[in-house]
Ligand binder design. Sequence first.
Ligand code: 1GP
Length: 235
Amino acid sequence: MKSMINTWRHVFKLDPDRMIADDQLEAVCLSGTDAIMIGGSSGVTYDNTVDLMSRVRQYELPCVLEVSDLEAVVPGFDLYLIPMVLNAADPTWLIGRHSEAVERYGYLIPWEMVVPEGYIILNPESTAGRVTRADAGLSASRAAAYGQAGERLMSLPVIYVEYSGKFGDMELVAEVKRSLDQSRLFYGGGIADAATAAQAAAVSDTVIVGNLIYSDLDQALSTVQAVKGNPVQQG
Ligand code: 1GP
């Protein structure tokens, strides 16, 4: 089950705290994207997560939850993605909350459905950047070192370069990609059209498109083909 992430090239991330009309959700789910990730940095509740999951479940594609709040963990997803913020100022966001969750609910956790993600947060203005007080001013070599440490020391299957809300430095992302041998590189942040999606696709394994769904759905839909039509450039 977990290995499904290795086939994902394009993913739409939907925020349970934002409205999406039925016809828009249909277009997103039938777009040819590889999966729907449900998650957000604020306002995520059990109720709005159940509601969005059940709407996405009308379609056949994988639907996974990126867990940001323990109160909003809903059964019924295909996988549970767990962010571990590698460059957080405070270990709370690397392992603290996680260990609290295991202490309270460990016996309930379906570990075979849990996929940890090593986040490298690079937009200090984003909600995740502010909440975790991530050290977002990393050089490319330092970001790559975080990625490699996440892969080699922590065996993380996913390294997620997160620029949420801002298009990132593609040279930096390429350097992180080159540093990885096993882990899959997810890129997210500021994809605004097919051109930016293609640039991200050239340097990462999986491209995540979030905000554009809500700001310009047609452009968002155009990113699917832009990503799938552009192979990762090696080296
Ligand atoms: C956010 O990485 C995702 O967690 C996508 O970012 O919303 O900027 O597309 P955007």
